[in-house]
Design a protein around this ligand. Structure first.
Ligand code: NAD
Length: 499
């Protein structure tokens, strides 16, 4: 069996803690590798290496740092298929979806090529008599990021590309479920010209995370994952005086108005609800048709589409709509929640509980599920299921639908499907959710805008990528300068006396 490594100081380094986690192939259920789980001492070593390398990197002019990003983009494109295959093998998502994972990270790297522009600072000429004032954005030093399993290429790049473009060193603690692509990305960054020690990968679990949270040299922490861990990391990181941004779980509602194009809405719901087996923080997990007639029409259109979904391994190529979920434990959790929905009185319109795939009986496949008549008190409504399960909550009016989405504790993304511009505009203005789609089911902002939810979906005041990333990964220093003019009058030869 393959034994994975850490990537420290420009080299693959074996784990020394003696602790490992299994890395599965979710399609077959087989353990295909084991990943070392770092001790606090291994993390501290990586920090030492990073701290030694970072000042020289910060001193490299921003245009040269940007050139490393340019080259990295080329290498990502060169190795796209290889990266996508490695990603699908550990995560389970289809190959086109895995390539999308790499691509949405790559786009943030492209954005970071603008580092010289973004880091220019501000200047006020003659802020006072003979006084100039200027602000600089300086690198923080050693920064770190802790990432989830569901986007093992995109989210690490969302963090390390801006961090490194700003002149920081970055330590990545990826998910222990799919650590291979992050290791490949670190190799590619060095091939692109990044000095050793600036991007390192320390694999691990809670022990490595706690070591990051408590290490005095680490200046900032980015986290993406589930809300309970986000809250923990935010609290402990902030109390240790670090700059912390944490992005958590989601329960994204899609409101379907009576005037919506019902075919368009149904297609959107199927893609956004079941794509990547529902393991996306921007997946739609709640459909909210307005009015019973809308609900009936929507369900009627959804059922045949859902029954036609093709579930299978990524190796089956384009013939597959979504793959397995990431672990046996994830599958168990999803089926437990589906059963709770049935017990609590929701109507299971499409039942995927008996789904099994010939030849892949040990894989972590979950059939698609559709619930109707879900109510806000049910567990399937309150909790993030993170699986191929779509819940329908019927609302009797637009105000009721709006209130439902606003009352949920999560606030990552949402969408409204309507032909009415006034309703769409009202929705976008009033909703207390970070990312809004109007006839767009998964409104993930592009690299030059910022990504972030509200409420329990995000902690900290700056979003990911876009201009916010350059703020998060730099400190502002403001200089007020006055230069005495005396020198122009020539030397003073007699002893100065009080006048
Ligand atoms: P997770 O919270 O289990 O793990 C995320 C990271 O935290 C991993 O690196 C993991 O090793 C670490 N971790 C896990 N338990 C820990 C503990 N007790 N102490 C310290 N560290 C710990 O999340 P996941 O299952 O990998 O990812 C799925 C979750 O991520 C979902 O809730 C999803 O909504 C969320 N997510 C959010 C966004 C967003 O931008 N808001 C994006 C993607 C995923």
């Amino acid at each position: 069996m393959q034994e994975l490594t850490h990537y420290i100081g420009g080299a693959h380094v074996k784990g020394t803690s003696g602790r490992f986690a299994d890395v599965f192939n979710p399609a077959t259920g087989e353990v295909q590798a084991r990943v070392p789980l770092a001790s606090a001492a291994e993390l501290a070593h990586a920090v030492e290496v990073a701290a030694a390398a970072q000042p020289a990197w910060a001193a490299v002019n921003p245009q040269r740092r940007a050139r490393v990003m340019m080259k990295f983009v080329d290498l990502l494109n060169r190795d796209m298929d290889k990266l996508a295959e490695a990603l699908s093998r550990e995560h389970g998502k289809t190959l086109p979806d895995a390539a999308g994972d790499v691509q949405r990270g790559l786009e943030v790297v492209e954005y970071c090529i603008a580092a010289p522009q973004m880091l220019k600072g501000e200047f006020t000429d003659s802020a006072g008599p003979g006084i100039d004032m200027y602000s600089m954005r300086q690198a923080l030093g050693v920064t770190a990021g802790i990432t989830p399993f569901n986007f093992p290429a995109m989210i690490p790049m969302w963090m390390f590309a801006p961090a490194i473009a700003c002149g920081n060193a970055f330590i990545l603690k990826p998910s222990e479920r799919d650590p291979s692509v992050p290791l490949m990305l670190a190799e590619l960054m060095e091939e692109a010209g990044l000095p050793k020690g600036i991007l390192q990968v320390v694999n691990g679990d809670k022990e490595a995370v706690d070591a990051i949270l408590d290490h005095p040299v680490i200046q900032s922490i980015g986290f993406v994952g589930s809300t309970p861990i986000a809250e923990y990391i935010y609290g402990r990181g902030c109390s240790n005086g670090k700059r912390v941004q944490c992005f958590g779980g989601a329960k994204n509602h899609m409101i379907v108005m009576p005037d919506a194009d019902m075919d368009q809405a149904a297609d959107a719901l199927v893609g956004a609800g079941y794509g990547a087996a529902g393991e996306r923080c921007m997946a739609i997990s709640v459909a909210v048709p307005v009015g019973d007639e809308t609900a009936d029409r929507l369900i009627e259109k959804l059922v045949p589409r859902i029954e036609k979904l093709k579930v299978g391994p990524y190796t089956a190529g384009k013939d597959v709509d979504y793959g397995p979920v990431v672990t046996a434990a994830a599958k168990e959790n999803i089926l437990r929640l589906v059963n709770s929905g049935v017990e609590q009185g929701a109507k299971l319109v499409v039942d995927g509980r008996d789904f099994s795939l010939q030849g892949y009986e040990d894989g972590f496949f979950v059939g698609p599920h559709l619930f109707d008549n879900v109510t806000p008190d049910m567990d399937i409504y309150k909790k993030e299921i993170f699986g191929p399960v779509l819940s329908t909550v019927r609302a009797q009016s637009y105000e009721e639908a709006l209130d439902l989405a606003m009352s949920h504790e999560y606030g990552n993304g949402t969408a409204i499907f309507t032909r009415d511009g006034d309703t769409a505009r009202d929705f976008a203005n009033r909703i207390n959710i970070g990312m809004v789609g109007i006839n767009v089911p998964i409104p993930v902002p592009l690299a030059y805008h910022t990504f972030g939810g509200w409420k329990k979906s995000a902690f900290g005041d700056l979003n990911q990528h876009g201009p916010d990333a350059f703020k998060f990964y730099t400190r502002t220093k403001t200089v007020t300068a006055r230069w005495p003019s005396g020198i122009k009058e020539g030397g003073e030869f007699s002893i100065p006396v009080m006048e």
